[in-house]
Design a protein around this ligand. Structure first.
Ligand code: MLT
Length: 254
């Protein structure tokens, strides 16, 4: 992977394909490789940028805390480094939180936004508390319990579950801890999203056990131009469970 120093962290990224820039942003606690199948389908039509977010994959996992806005700064620095003024953004789950925060900070740099298994709502107070407790548990005991608890919630598909399990086990505790705190502290982005004008695509499985499809329906209800594609029986990993549908949705929409 290529690397860029964004100021506070070294961010690794893959760049492939040709066309208009499309940034594929992974969720928690994963890395860019979740997009591999979709990237193969899209590389003839898009200039694909696949970062490993701060804390994951080959990017730095600093021990100092970071916020969603720090991830926004990482992404802005990466796009600056690549000479990309504006791009399509597709964010999976936590990657969607980042895409939304980026779109709030830099609406003119976003040509279209796809949220895959994500939400615009901030954490409810008990969810925040749970995240801090989970971060503490990881600091004291490691990632084992989190990996065990999350694995089966990702997907009913055995192949996807195994891939995600192995990928989660490779990530550093500091990546989990930093991201849990960044997610807990993130702002609600619904109001800011209502004020934007770029196209919005929502892709969500109706059997997602981590972020219920109601969160996508709420965005659709608040923002009439948002288009929702529901994957019947789909879990939290549409880009791996249904790569062809996701690739086609991006091609038709973005
Ligand atoms: C993710 O898949 O990125 C996370 O489950 C999102 C979250 O915990 O809110």
């Amino acid at each position: 992977m290529e690397k860029v120093l964004t100021g506070a962290a070294t961010i690794a990224y893959e760049r492939r394909g040709r066309g208009f820039p499309l940034v594929l942003i992974h969720g928690f606690p994963l890395d860019h490789s979740i997009w591999d199948e979709v990237a193969s389908l899209l590389e003839n039509d898009f200039d694909l940028i696949l970062p490993d977010l701060r804390g994951f994959g080959e990017s730095d996992a600093p021990s100092a805390a970071w916020t969603m806005n720090d991830l926004v700064a990482d992404l802005a620095a990466l796009l600056d480094h690549l000479g990309i003024e504006s791009a399509f953004l597709a964010g999976h789950s936590m990657g969607g939180y980042l895409a939304l925060a980026f779109a709030t900070a830099y609406p003119a740099r976003v040509r279209g936004l796809a949220l895959v298994s994500s939400q615009a709502a901030a954490d409810a107070p008990e969810r925040k508390t749970g995240r801090y407790a989970q971060a503490l548990q990881i600091a004291e005991e490691g990632i084992g319990a989190t990996v065990a608890a999350m694995t089966e919630k990702f997907s009913a598909d055995e192949r996807v579950r195994k891939f995600v399990h192995d990928l989660m086990r490779k990530q550093k505790p500091a990546g989990y801890i930093g991201s849990l705190k960044a997610m807990a502290g993130r702002a609600d982005t619904m109001t800011a999203l209502e004020d934007t004008s770029f196209p919005i695509l929502l892709v969500h499985g109706d059997a997602d056990a981590l972020i219920p499809i109601e969160r996508a329906r709420e965005i659709q209800a608040a923002i009439p131009r948002a288009r929702l594609i529901v994957l019947k029986g789909g879990g939290h990993m549409p880009m791996m469970e249904s790569p062809r549908e996701v690739g086609e949705a991006f091609e038709n929409f973005l």
